[in-house]
Structures are given as C-alpha cells and as structure tokens.
Unconditional design. Sequence first.
Length: 488
Amino acid sequence: MKWEIVIGLEVHAELSTKSKIFCSCTTAYGGDPNTHVCPVCSGMPGVLPVLNREVVEYALRLGLALNCDITKQCKFDRKNYFYPDLPKAYQVSQLYMPICKDGFLEIDLSDGAQSGEKKKIRIREIHMEEDAGKLNHSPQGSFMDFNRCGVPLLEIVSQPDFISDNAAAASSQVIAYLEKLRETLLYLDICDCKMQEGSMRADINLSVRRPGEELGTRTETKNMNSFKAIGRAIEYEINRQIDIIEDGGKIVQETRRFDDEKGTSSGMRSKENAQDYRYFPEPDLLPMNIDDDWIARVKKNLPELAFQKRERYMRDYKISADEASTLTCHKNISSLFETLAQKSEQPGESAHLISGEIMRLMNSENMLPEDLNIDADKLTALLGFVTDGKINRSSFKETAEAVFKSGIDPESYIAQKGLMMVSDDKAVSEAVEKVMAANKESVSDYRAGKEKVFGFLMGMVMKELGKGANPELAKKTLEIKLNQTRCM
C-alpha cells in the first residue's frame, strides 16, 4: 500500500551580530564555559532586556528576500518552560505577531532538472527569539554552558509543503530547500551557517498518511545540523512510522533525537503544543513600530543573492550552469571569482580555475568554502602566464597548487622550477629529431598509415622537452617532420 510523506521544517539561524539580542555580551563562538554571560542573559532577578536593533534589521532582510509580508506592529512574547539550559525558565520569542509572515522560497526539483521544474515552499513565518545554552555531557555528569544564552535567532517556519510518496524524493526536496535557505542567509550576510557549530540547525516535523487522508500525527526530530544526517533521519522516521501503523499501532506526537552514529532516533519527550508553554506578551519589552521608510531602506540595500549571481554569470560571462552553480556555492567563492575576473579581465579562465583546480584542491584538503583564503593578485598573475602562452596547462596546474598550499609568488615558482614554456624552434626541432631517431619503428609505422602511433611519439617529445614543453609547437613540428619525410 502506498504512503504519502508530509514534512514541515523549522530552521533556527543564529545571527552574526556582535552582541546578543537583549544585552551587550559577545556572540563569539567558543570561549571558556560561562564567560560570555551577564545578569541579563543568565536571567538574574531585577534585570531588564534592551533590544538589539540590528536583530530586527537582519530579520527584515531575510523576510524581504523570502517574499514575506512584514508585520509593522509586532511584539515579543514570553514562552514559559524550564530546561537546564534555560536559566530564566522562559524564552523571549514571538508567537502572536511574528515579524515576517506568508513568504515563499522556490526550489529546483532534482527529478525535474531537465525541464527546469520548480516548487514553491511556503514560509508560514519568521520570528525573532533568543537561543538557549548548551548541556555538555560527560561520565561525571552534565554541565551547563550558558555562553549561548541570549544569542539572537531567527526561526524560519515552513508550511508542510514537502509532500511525496517517495522517501528519496521527500528528502531531496528538504535538502534543496535547506541549501537554498543557507545560501540566502550567507549572501544576506546575516548568519555564517556553520552547521558544525550549531549556527544553523533544523527541526524536522514529519508524518505519513495514505493518499487522500487527513494529516497524520507528526513527530519532531530536533536540532539536526548536517544535510547528510537530515537525509538519514528522514528516511529512518518514514520507515519507523509506516512500520508502526502497518503493525496496528499509533504514532505518538513527540520530540525525538537522532543518533547519527547508530542511524536511529529515540523519544525525548512528548511534543508540546502552544498552550503548554503559557505564552503571554513579554512585559519587559515594548511593541515595535516598523515604518515604511525602514522597510524601503532595507529593500533598497538588499545584496545580490546567489540565484541572481548564477543568472548573471551565465548571461554576462557565458559560463555554464554547472560552473555558475559551483562559483556561487558560498559567498566567499563568488567574491574570489568576481575579484579575479575583474583583475585578470579573463572571466572564463577565472571560472575554470576556481571551479576546477581550486575546488579540487579544497576537496583534497577537506577545506570548507568559508575557510578559503588565497591571494587574488597571485592568481591573476598566474592566469596571465597561461593566457599569454608562457606556461603550459600542466605547469599552470602545478603552480596553482603551490599558490594554494604555500601562497608562493607564481613568477618565482615558475622560474625556480623551470616551467617557462620552451618556444625555441631550434630546441623543439632538435627534440623531435632525437625522438624520431630513437623510435624509428614507430616512425615507419606512422608513415605506413598507422596514425595512432602519433600520440606515442608526441608523448616522447613532451617528455624530452620537460615541464616547459610547448605542446602546440611540439605537435606542429612533429607533424611537419613526419609528413615531410613521408612525401619524399
């Protein structure tokens, strides 16, 4: 019997502000436990919060980028619950009047790529809230680190629009949405999206039903912070729910934790509804008035987003869709490309270098895009050497690797390694004659019509000339000498 999978997502994005949402404590990642804390974010009695205006600005940026309606009169609410990582026993959030509502994000469907099929995922709301602390577990017990308390969050809540009768397709839609959302956050410069540090994490609300039925009972798998783990968690939860229902059981609405090592999830607690949190208007913060001028100013200053860059690269630079996608995979990569394209005046070669050799080297070093730090001036000089015909492609790759790994000056490296291309007609001619003399049988075979041996002879000439061989000149000279003799 067929089953239909229905998924909605809640994504938490930690904002890249320098201070917390309601106090001046730093938001820097790490640090000794409980050192980025003050009476406000640790919830001491008698303290009052002061809203960080930049948090509202960042929320407006994201809301406008995701086609949302802005709530001009909005406010904060108090969400009451106690966990050890929340010292106040409540969280300041937005339930009744979230700052952004009714938006959407358009994704490309992998199974519709050939036809350019897209799907619109509706955004129910985006609201501002404060993060909780972190529990560190050890054999000696669990210890609290409150450094993260009060770090500003945007929670992006989708509608349950990820619907499919196929687990792989459902997972693919979710990952496509998260990747598009991640690149949007990065290009807006409001979140570093370092999932390994928890600055972007997702909660998966999932249920199954038979086609045509009402929505089933959902579970929420919490705090997923890698795309690979999210895919595995979705597949596991789909199979778990279907097995329970087909065995005559019922799904319990609950919050679950996914164990990536085991590939299984376990129940944490029953899933609360809004009324369980006893929300009420936050008494220590005034309502906000977001006027039209503020919204217009934010909209005017929105940066070019990744999908817009891709379209421009393909249109203006005649770059392929695959290369454009690679060049916009991270803001750091696209910034390097644009700098290099401008300095070298060779956008095509710049695209090939970054999407090819630089990305290959990053993968071999397991380097994240945000950690790439390479001198664009040195890459510009390197491009000049190859486009001016001073080094061959093999030497180009070798030098690119040296620049990537050691930051060496390309001109010095080329001179030191003797990579400058040999374009001396006499030297090339002597090398060809030497190879022909040493491989008379292959020369005879070529002259008898076995043209496949040309590749072998060409390889021997290149070897004779060394790293600085000029392949075009070598090929031309070898052809002339072989064919001249053949005609005599």
